[in-house]
Design a protein around this ligand. Sequence first.
Ligand code: FAD
Ligand code: DSG
Length: 308
Amino acid sequence: IQERIPDSVVTIIAEKFSPNTTSDVAAGLIEPYLCDDDVDRVISWIKSTIQRIQEYMDEGNPGAEEQSGYWLQSVKSVPKWLEVMKNVKILTGNELKMVAKRPEHKFGIFYTTWYLEPTPYIKWESDKFLKNGGKIKNSKIQKIEDVEKEFGLFDVILNCTGIGARHLIGDNEVFPTRGQILKVKCPSVKHFFIDDQFYALLNDTTITLGGTADRHQWDRTINPKISEKIFQENCKNIPSLRSAQVISSHVDLRPSRVTVRLEAEPDSKVIHNYGHGGSGITLHWGCALECVELVKKVLAGKPGISKI
Ligand SMILES: Cc1cc2nc3c(=O)[nH]c(=O)nc-3n(C[C@H](O)[C@H](O)[C@H](O)COP(=O)(O)OP(=O)(O)OC[C@H]3O[C@@H](n4cnc5c(N)ncnc54)[C@H](O)[C@@H]3O)c2cc1C
Ligand SMILES: NC(=O)C[C@@H](N)C(=O)O
């Protein structure tokens, strides 16, 4: 918004900042997950995110790169969003035999996507935001009406509170899908490996092992037994992980919703952008650009400086 609406002064108000947000826990795989939105809408958002990742990568920043690997399935699925990936190849019977590790690995796809590690990326975006006059305020907002009581009048208010939207605006359609992951070091692993339940995803210096997806579970404490199961099951898929060094475990709550809520409230200055489930990193820049258009409509050509 700050880049595309020059006469705007943007303030970010948040209870938590990176590296303490859900986004920081994300593995950063660029791929829809637990996302039931209209696939053409999702494809459009992913394409914008991939463009932003290219800009980020072109500057030589850490935490973003292409990654190739295998998606092995028990029931054949070739989703339309694969069209935005590179080097997509349906595995032949022999190729499948070489990578399958379980009887349920009945169909496989090889492709190239990207990873975008959230924490270094958020720092890149935040540094630019502050350098261009953006403001940051640390506060937990109880009700969205309190924003202007606490911080003065705004021309537009964006609600990007993830799972927090459930309480902030009482949207019970957004619910937690608890996810637990491990970060390990294992330089020999050069491909991602995803199956119906588990995944090993590349990052710059670690591999993120997952995963769990427990709907309506709010517990953010790490369960060591789950960490062990995630490790052992991923070792079955990628035996060389047995030599991995376990670095850390993490848990957070995916802000799940039947669809992403990305809309302006009628006759209001509030725009909502939450409910990205397991795909928030994947969809983020496309959603952000759609928010810019919604902000422009709410401002409706208002002259002078706009407070957002
Ligand atoms: C284990 C795990 C792995 C994942 N892996 C991936 C992946 O590989 N790829 C992918 O695309 N996605 C992944 N995701 C999903 C992704 O993390 C989320 O979709 C994304 O983080 C949602 O971003 P957000 O900005 O909406 O929410 P958040 O990152 O939660 O940010 C919400 C912000 O709003 C603030 N806030 C909330 N309520 C209030 C309030 N009342 N007052 C003030 N501030 C408030 C918070 O403090 C925070 O700053 C994963 C998620 C999990 C849990
Ligand atoms: N396979 C994945 O994409 C996993 C990741 N998106 C998650 O939410 O756990």
